[in-house]
Design a protein around this ligand. Structure first.
Ligand SMILES: [Zn+2]
Length: 108
């Protein structure tokens, strides 16, 4: 079952909750195994970061100030970074904005 976040989220819910591990509250996490929750959160958060990276396009400004796509990241695997200096350079200039994610205060 998909997460019920009103603004939309396609992640599966965490256990029996209405929300995924990125969007459930501390109160909802209560009573669940914190290690399971943290593992679920970590997996979804990495997926979120990768999707954010993959959806990014970089642009260049030409002589006539025309803006054209310069580099589009179509897939992202750590092993593909090796030797891909162009991609490494682009990632080094990238800003990632993290939105609508609940970071739990619970750690044990
Ligand atoms: Zn969600």
């Amino acid at each position: 079952m998909a997460c019920k976040l009103p603004s939309g989220c396609k992640n599966d819910v965490f256990k029996e909750l209405d929300y995924c591990a990125l969007h459930c509250s501390d109160e909802e996490v209560e009573g669940n195994d914190i290690d399971d929750y943290l593992e679920g959160f970590s997996n979804l958060f990495m997926k979120y970061l990768f999707e954010n990276i993959v959806s990014n396009k970089f642009y260049k400004v030409g002589k006539d100030r025309k803006v054209t796509p310069d580099y589009e990241i179509k897939c992202f695997n750590y092993s593909e970074l090796m030797g891909n200096n162009s991609l490494i350079e682009k990632l080094g200039t990238m800003d990632i904005v993290i939105k609508n994610i609940r970071f739990t205060k619970k750690t044990s």
